[in-house]
Design a protein around this ligand. Sequence first.
Ligand code: MTE
Length: 317
Amino acid sequence: MIIKTKKLISSSEITPPEIFQERRKFIRMLGLTMVGANIPSAFASEDKISLANIFRNTALDNSLKSTPAELVQNYTNYYEFTFNKDDSTKLAQSMVIDPWSVEISGEVEKPQVYHLEDILSKQTLEERIYRFRCVEGWSMVVPWVGFSLSNLLKIAQPLSTAQFVKFTTIQQPETMPNQRDKKMLEFPYVEGLRIDEAMHPLTLLAVGMYGETLPKQNGAPLRLVVPWKYGFKSIKAIVKIELLKKPPLTTWNKSAPQEYGFYANVNPSVPHPRWSQNSERLLGSGFFTPRRQTELFNGYGEQIASLYQDMDLRHFF
Ligand code: MTE
């Protein structure tokens, strides 16, 4: 699939007037990156982010109405900090995210530790407005800023033996209370994809949302976004990417295999053992607004259904 992009002229239609905590650091980091790469800086000044060098993906449904940023940024799942959706906004601010590097290893020609600045200096950032569906039955629409994961993997040159990709979140127990207390889940948080899923152009590594840096509670400085899968696959604060011959054991699959499958593709006709997946509550929709009918592959079937043509969709979760 070819992803067409068009230059994004104005952010006003998608950027609500909230204050974004990480703005300055993100601007500094990307500004340095662009200057270093001898490309005109994307940012006019430290105070105002310019989207001049971010492209909007026009192969996607851009008529989607973004969920208000303050809802997306204050209703988060970040179990390293808390099991409560409201509290990570505050708790995650203690995370140390600068400097940041990502180790790519395993079945690749060029295993290496990449500094985030170096990764970004080779990427054209794109805005992609994606639906995001949590297995708990809520959903949102987010204008992410990032680049295709495949762009990064290609730099490391995957070998033909690479069949799966394992992602690992940072281990930072000094700032992440549930890593210290070893509560409920085993940390670090681990997720995985099949190599063809990872190389698909829709699979995004996000560094921003709403035209600004990613807030810490949403996975700064670098997270995965796989729009056709349930939200738990979209791992936050990635520090390690390993290409493997065999499927990795992922955090939720290990913790409750009967509830959280490796694939976890959005599918309204395969219920979770505790919840129907037939419909969803769109964050921000009014109390009397009917739930939205969930779509197979979260509405991205046209782009990705061919990845699963040999699988019986009734039997995997
Ligand atoms: N990544 C890490 N490291 N830790 C987490 O607890 N939660 C997952 C996923 N990525 C999680 C994570 C779940 S369950 C969901 S639904 C999404 O992040 C939520 O993303 P959001 O908080 O930005 O909405």
